[in-house]
Each structure stands twice: as structure tokens, then as C-alpha cells.
Design a protein around this ligand. Structure first.
Ligand code: SF4
Length: 342
């Protein structure tokens, strides 16, 4: 069995994500002997990153930044669950309980932003995991990254479910003035039962909406992504309307929506979750999710319903959406929707 000394010596060096993957493959997550267990029972493994800005394709943005991998918010529908498999960890409990912390991301980012070739394109923060999950309170890597992006005069869009974002209103205002900043608060639904069942580690939806109110009042461009709307859990007309109304009541500058899609490891996890806790719903999910997305008809029906509700409550579509299809899509290019039949 191969061993990777960096993980076992408590020296100044930290493993790379590749080192972590090799170690876990050889000995499971128990082999991450440096990973620190904190009060939330998650284990945090510091890693050394070689790059901070990641180039992506097929998205409405070209660059992403993620200080953490894995997310203790543990949403069952999370599209990022599948990424944990890259580190030889599973998309179930390990996604939410073994978090990789890129301890050197700020210095690496600063170097990348200083390159003459950097064209100051917009950077999407928090596309793979939440940049304001609880551990950010300790490391402040998201805050320091935003400060670096401000110095580099690089605009950002940031997606989160973490009300902790209001801690950084001062740096977000600086960022707004220097280059531009949009905060996308993810609030798929205000329905308490759906929230408890689907997003076990997140703050209450109304707490998130109060954070939106605070951001907007401070002068920061902040809105809400109802993403994802989960058929059968948050797709009824009544739940959609309560959510859109609450979003409007909290002064969101815009709203977008997106029906859940299931891919690879996320699909495996979500279907297992349904099978274990809601077995009677399994046949309906299997029928609806023959492919990655539910049928177009379903998605467009939901999309149409949300548009009507947006108009009723005076909310605008996502401000940077250029066409009708973009209007209900937030972070990823293809999905849209809102739903109803279920
Ligand atoms: S907060 Fe976002 S990144 Fe974290 S588990 Fe939920 S959907 Fe995934």
C-alpha cells in the first residue's frame, strides 16, 4: 500500500488534492490523519492548491473560485456531490463531513490576478461548494479572496446559502465600487418541511432572506436563486407562491429559478435518499428523471408559473439574463424551471 508522508508528518507542508485522493484510495478517509475534527463533527483537511482560478466551459462565466471542497450544508440535491468522487471520496456522507480547505488559496489567487495576461473577466465564487459554509468563520478564505479580487479589479458573482455573507458587507462594498459584485442567495423554498428534509445543514430560509435584505440595504446588488426546485418537495403552486412572495418582501433585487437536475454521483445519492426515506415517491422520481433533466414540458410549466408569480409580486428576472431561457436559470447554463404538477 502506498503511503504519502505529507499526510502523516505534521510539518509546514500540506498535501495537494491529488495527494488526498491517492491517500484516500489507499486507506479510506481514516488515512487522513491530519484532518481536524471540529465541533460540527466534520473533518477538515488542509490542502495546498496549485491554482485558484479554474477555467470552465459551457457556463455563463469562464472562471470559478472555490476555497473549500465538500460542504457541511449537506443538501441532498447538491450537484457538487459528484465532484467529491474526484478525491476518491463518496458523494454521500463524505461529501458533507470531509471538507478540503485550500489554505494557500489567497496567495495563489493574488499571483494569478497579477499576471499581465489576466483580463479581469468575471469570477464566479462558490460554484462547487458554499463559500460561506460554517468553516469560513474560522479560515476567512472567502473574505480574503474577495479582498484580493478587489485589489485585482476583477468583478465577481457569488452564490451562497450562508447568512455569514453579511459579515463581509464591508469588503463586498469595496468590491462593488472597485469592479462590481452580485450576490446570489440560494433559497429554493421557504417551506419549512422541505428545507429540513432537503438542506439539513443550512440556515433557515428566512434567515437567508434577511441577509439579502441587509445586503441590499447596504447597497450591494443581491437577489435570490430559487434553485433547485425539487419536484414533490417544493414544486407545488402554493409553495412557489409563498417563496416568491417572501423573496419580494425581503427586497431582493432579482430572482431566478431552476428545476433540480441529477447527474452522476448526485443522482446516486439523491435516489438512495428517496429510496430510504420516501420510498413511495421513488417510482415517480425514476419516471421523471429518466435523463439528467425532467422532461421539457414539466420544466417549462414550472418556468411559466414562476414567471407569473414574479410579475405578480413585482420581481425582475435575473438581471444579467439576456433572453427568456436565461431568465430562469442561475448558475448553470441549461436548467431552468419551477414546478407544479407534483
Ligand atoms: S449549500 Fe450549495 S454547495 Fe453546499 S451542499 Fe447545499 S447546494 Fe451543495
Amino acid at each position: 500500500m502506498a503511503s504519502f508522508p505529507l499526510l502523516f508528518d505534521l510539518g509546514p507542508h500540506k498535501p495537494t488534492t491529488r495527494d488526498v485522493a491517492r491517500t484516500v484510495k489507499a486507506g479510506g478517509t481514516a488515512a487522513l490523519t491530519e484532518a481536524e475534527r471540529r465541533a460540527d463533527q466534520a473533518r477538515y483537511q488542509e490542502v495546498t492548491c496549485r491554482s485558484a482560478l479554474n477555467r470552465v466551459q459551457g457556463m455563463p462565466f469562464n472562471w470559478t473560485l472555490n476555497p473549500y471542497r465538500g460542504c457541511t450544508h449537506g443538501c441532498h440535491y447538491c450537484f457538487a456531490r459528484r465532484y467529491h468522487v474526484q478525491f476518491e471520496m463518496d458523494s454521500d456522507d463524505e461529501f458533507a463531513s470531509v471538507i478540503l480547505v485550500k489554505h494557500n488559496i489567497v496567495s495563489v489567487l493574488s499571483r494569478e490576478l497579477d499576471r499581465p495576461s489576466w483580463t479581469r473577466e468575471q469570477v464566479a465564487v462558490g460554484t462547487a461548494t458554499d463559500p460561506y459554509q460554517p468553516i469560513e468563520g474560522h479560515y476567512k478564505l472567502t473574505r480574503k479572496s474577495i479582498e484580493a479580487l478587489t485589489r485585482g479589479r476583477t468583478p465577481i458573482g457569488l452564490v451562497t446559502k450562508g447568512p455569514m455573507v453579511v459579515r463581509d458587507i464591508d469588503v463586498l462594498l469595496e468590491q462593488t465600487r472597485a469592479a462590481g459584485c452580485t450576490i446570489y442567495m440560494s433559497v429554493p423554498t421557504v417551506d419549512e418541511e422541505a428545507w429540513r428534509l432537503l438542506e439539513p445543514g443550512t440556515a433557515h430560509p428566512l434567515q437567508r432572506l434577511r441577509a439579502v435584505r441587509e445586503l441590499v440595504d447596504a447597497g450591494i446588488n443581491a437577489g435570490v436563486l430559487m434553485a433547485p426546485i425539487v419536484p414533490g418537495f417544493s414544486s407545488s403552486r402554493g409553495k412557489l407562491e409563498r417563496t416568491v412572495k417572501a423573496i419580494a418582501d425581503h427586497g431582493a433585487r432579482f430572482v431566478g429559478c431552476n428545476v433540480m437536475y441529477l447527474q452522476d454521483g448526485t443522482r446516486t445519492h439523491f435516489m438512495r435518499f428517496i429510496e430510504q426515506d420516501f420510498s413511495s415517491m421513488l417510482p415517480r422520481f425514476e419516471k421523471l428523471y429518466v435523463k439528467k433533466y425532467p422532461p421539457d414540458k414539466y420544466r417549462k410549466e414550472v418556468q411559466g408559473m414562476v414567471r407569473v408569480l414574479q410579475q405578480r409580486y413585482g420581481l425582475t428576472k435575473r438581471e444579467d439574463a439576456e433572453d427568456a431561457d436565461d431568465a430562469n436559470e442561475m448558475v448553470v447554463k441549461d436548467p431552468e424551471q419551477v414546478g407544479f404538477a407534483w
